[in-house]
Design a protein. Structure first.
Length: 192
């Protein structure tokens, strides 16, 4: 029975903790061969008056201390998902789900009304491809500080398609790369 213990300053939201325990579980399954059903993850929250670094309680650290700096620079963490526009959704589902073994996270309608299948592994499938568009509808990256990325895009002349806006992933910003590919960057609703 694997057991992972995480010790943090208090203040993380339940949604942040949900994502953290999911990421830890996925990493333990992938890299340590753990069985997710038997893996335990415990999060210990500590108040700042119960944690010290270099002989100073966190409660007494100046607000400018790097550990306490809440404004973190924008950072992309990795590929979040890719939305693939297929000719036949049933055939794609048979291949990606039945044959390859991807698992469904949710089924819903895409923003334009087309059916959408989202997998736990980061692949989205929707049927149909509007004339002249790529088979890839968009590529998404998990990131932090989405609002600052939007400000930087505006300053540098990067085309913003829409956003930042609330989405199923928190806060999403859609941009165009130099070749016109739609790129989404998303992070938690606070934009950090």
């Amino acid at each position: 029975m694997p057991f992972v213990n995480v010790k943090l300053w208090e203040g993380r939201t339940p949604e942040q903790k949900r994502r953290l325990v999911k990421a830890i579980t996925d990493a333990m399954v992938e890299h340590a061969g753990a069985n997710a059903e038997h893996l335990h993850v415990a999060i210990d929250d500590y108040p700042r008056e119960s944690w010290a670094r270099a002989g100073v309680l966190a409660l007494d650290m100046p607000a400018t201390h790097p550990t306490l700096n809440s404004e973190k620079p924008p950072l992309l963490f990795g590929l979040g998902h890719l939305l693939l526009q297929v000719r036949d959704l049933r055939r794609a589902e048979a291949f990606y789900l039945d044959f390859l073994g991807l698992t469904v996270r949710k089924r819903e309608l895409f923003r334009d009304g087309r059916p959408l299948i989202v997998t736990e592994q980061g692949l989205g499938l929707t049927e149909g491809r509007p004339d002249g568009e790529s088979v890839v509808e968009h590529i998404a990256f998990r990131a932090r500080n989405i609002r600052t990325i939007a400000e930087r895009a505006a300053q540098r002349g990067v085309s913003i398609v829409h956003g930042p806006e609330p989405s199923g992933y928190g806060l999403s910003l859609y941009l165009l790369d130099p070749d016109g590919n739609k790129i989404e960057v998303f992070g938690d609703a606070a934009g950090t």
